[in-house]
Design a protein around this ligand. Sequence first.
Ligand code: CP
Length: 303
Amino acid sequence: IRHLLSVNDLDRDTATAVLDTATRMADTAGREVKKLPTLRGRTVVNLFYEDSTRTRISFEAAAKRLSADVINFSAKGSSVSKGESLKDTALTLQAMGADAVVIRHSASGAPHRLAGWIDGTVINAGDGTHEHPTQALLDAYSMRARLGRIAGLKVAIVGDVLHSRVARSNVHLLHTLGAHVTLVAPPTLLPVGVDAWPADVSFDLDAVLPASDVVMMLRVQRERMTDSYFPSEREYARRYGLDAVRARALPDHAIVMHPGPMNRGMEIAPEVADSARSTIVEQVANGVSVRMAVLYLMLGGLA
Ligand code: CP
């Protein structure tokens, strides 16, 4: 595939190939040879119009481990503040030799627009409330690493689904890979049209937990909300937060995930986030291997 804009760009075989390649990348990282020469002479641009810690740094680490040159562009401090458009910014970066542009933008659809303007590969690193495909890939990788499979897993995705590009990408990728997803959220934090997603919907977290293999807590994105449709933080935590008492209802083998950054004490209690069930730190480490695999397959011309 030329671009990775949506998880819908990935069929089951291609997604599995990314996960298998990521496993090989993780094996490489554990050995003495920490750098692969595959992308020597290629340039990866990280074009970030929205803040990021995990995604930006892991794409940078992934590209460097593959020996690519990396240019980090942050809208803050750039000529974007003088009114330069996304298109002109992208063409400027292309003129500097970008082979791939990894873009995060607050506008849903920005990566699609970019793909129409530049010659190189475009990878969506999160666009508005739309999609975050590499997050879904690293989440699937993390599930497979802990539980040995993805097909047949029962996955609960809990919280602010309305604003979550992570939820949207996970629902569709997990469906492609044969898992069964239940979305758990207050009615005000579900998007219009969720009935058409390949997932069940529940308003009752306590009813869903005992049958879940995976519970993925979502960050409450207060910055994208008005207070009119958000309950109080205490009320939200009481009904939809994963605390230690609630986590005891999970089967013994079940894992707890969160894409980060977390609101500790709201959607997830600290003792759950730091428990043996939690994969939150593993998800970050796995993100480097998965992004290495994406860059390797896309820029190496092997996918
Ligand atoms: N999970 C995630 O996308 O985190 P960042 O916003 O820190 O990149």
